[in-house]
Design a protein around this ligand. Structure first.
Ligand code: HEC
Ligand code: HEC
Length: 353
């Protein structure tokens, strides 16, 4: 009885195997001459995620002291010497108390008067921090850190947050101890539909209950965040409002539109409406002030540096760059070449109202 079941299972496994091969062969036949199967080495390069149970974490180690060197060389220029942030970048460290390390809940998250939400206030799992740094940082050169450097710099951030001692050596084993002291380790909920956890399987309703409408669909959706004109001054000028942890600069929300109606007398005169709307819809003003440096140079300064250089400017807008105005890079912008040119013409013509 057992035996025949066993051999039935084997036959099943065998035929599944054949099926799998057949379908690969079929795919290759359908797309002849196009592509090839990924090699295991190629798949391994993509397969870098580190899970909360540390599956996927490569072996390695790094000390707090080594991490400080990595931090100062490769991270501090954007995130600040103590992770408190610099210019506009989000603070990573701060807002965590020794008590939180014991309870696993960050008290300041419930304190409405505390305006910032730093990484170590929010992150429930140290694997998230490790994985994020490994795949995405430094922002201007992702995936250039060695495994050793990722361990070290993570150890340094854990130390800055009061989670591990100065002498801590972070490796694939001691990371479990760090996890046990993560300040917000008990602050994560899986009771929502972004999470395919056991709580959500089967019985729960999905988070939307609309019927699908497939008529008159909008074909060109553009997602931006623009303040409507009437709301610009509703809470004062966000750019003038400093936050407690780091400096999270808001955009300049003074009215800069050409409608003179409610414009404060002292506000700088904005560009022509067509240009202004391009600058707003492409989020240029979150990094550039009209006549004030924010992350990037003031547009008036750019204008006086490049009179009539339309081609240079529109290339730079499309491809981004670094090193002309400081160490912070400008990412390549995704806008239509014609729109980049319209902005470039306005700049090359002196950034006039
Ligand atoms: C050129 C600027 C720059 C440099 C250099 C840089 N970062 Fe970042 N970092 C950013 C930006 C911008 C973000 C937010 C990115 C986003 O949200 O898409 C960020 C996000 C992060 C976050 C996640 C913050 C959160 O709460 O979501 C961590 C952790 C981090 N950086 C660590 C590092 C480390 C470690 C280094 C050095 C190895 C580094 N960064 C270097 C700009 C930088
Ligand atoms: C994430 C922030 C950011 C955004 C968004 C951004 N810029 Fe920049 N921009 C910068 C920084 C930083 C620099 C300075 C780069 C350097 O030093 O070379 C810069 C430089 C420039 C320059 C001068 C280039 C040079 O070679 O001197 C122009 C022109 C410019 N930006 C236009 C734009 C326009 C137009 C947009 C919107 C389509 C835009 N930027 C969006 C950050 C940004």
């Amino acid at each position: 009885m057992y035996k025949s079941l066993d051999s039935a299972m084997n036959t099943l496994k065998f035929s599944l195997l054949i099926l799998a091969c057949a379908s690969t062969a079929q795919a290759q036949q359908n797309f002849q001459g196009i592509g090839r199967a990924a090699t295991p080495a190629e798949v391994a390069k993509w397969d870098i995620d580190v899970r909360p149970d540390f599956k996927g974490l490569p072996k390695g180690e790094g000390s707090v002291a080594q991490g400080q060197d990595v931090w100062e060389a490769k991270c501090a220029s954007c995130h600040g010497i103590f992770g408190e942030s610099n210019e506009v970048f989000n603070p990573l460290v701060g807002g965590v108390a020794a008590e939180d390390v014991k309870t696993g809940r960050v008290a300041k998250l419930n304190d409405k008067s505390f305006p910032a939400r730093t990484t170590f206030m929010k992150a429930a799992s140290v694997s998230t921090v490790w994985d994020y740094i490994n795949r995405a940082m430094p922002w201007n050169a992702p995936k250039t850190l060695s495994t050793h450097e990722v361990y070290a710099v993570t150890a340094y951030l854990l130390n800055l947050s009061g989670i591990v001692e100065d002498c801590f050596l972070l490796n694939e084993k001691t990371i479990v101890q760090a996890q046990e002291r993560m300040p917000n380790r008990n602050g994560m909920t899986t009771r929502h539909h972004m999470w395919a956890g056991p709580e959500m399987s089967g019985t729960n309703k999905p988070d939307t209950s609309n019927t699908a409408c497939m008529k008159n669909c909008i074909t060109d959706v553009k997602i931006t965040s623009i303040l409507p004109d009437f709301a610009r001054d509703a809470h004062g000028n966000l750019a003038d409002q400093n936050r407690l942890v780091g400096q999270q600069k808001g955009i300049n929300t003074l009215r800069v539109s050409t409608s003179t109606a409610a414009k404060p007398a002292s506000a700088p005169k904005g560009p022509p409406a067509a240009v202004l709307s391009l600058l707003q819809s492409n989020n240029c003003l979150s990094c550039h002030g009209l006549d004030k440096k924010v992350v990037g140079p003031a547009f008036t300064d750019v204008a006086s540096k490049y009179p009539s250089k339309v081609d240079y400017l529109s290339n730079k807008i499309l491809s981004g760059g670094s090193g002309v105005w400081g160490s912070i890079p400008m990412p390549a912008q995704t806008l239509k070449p014609a729109d980049a040119k319209a902005i470039a013409e306005w700049l090359a013509g002196g950034a006039k109202p």
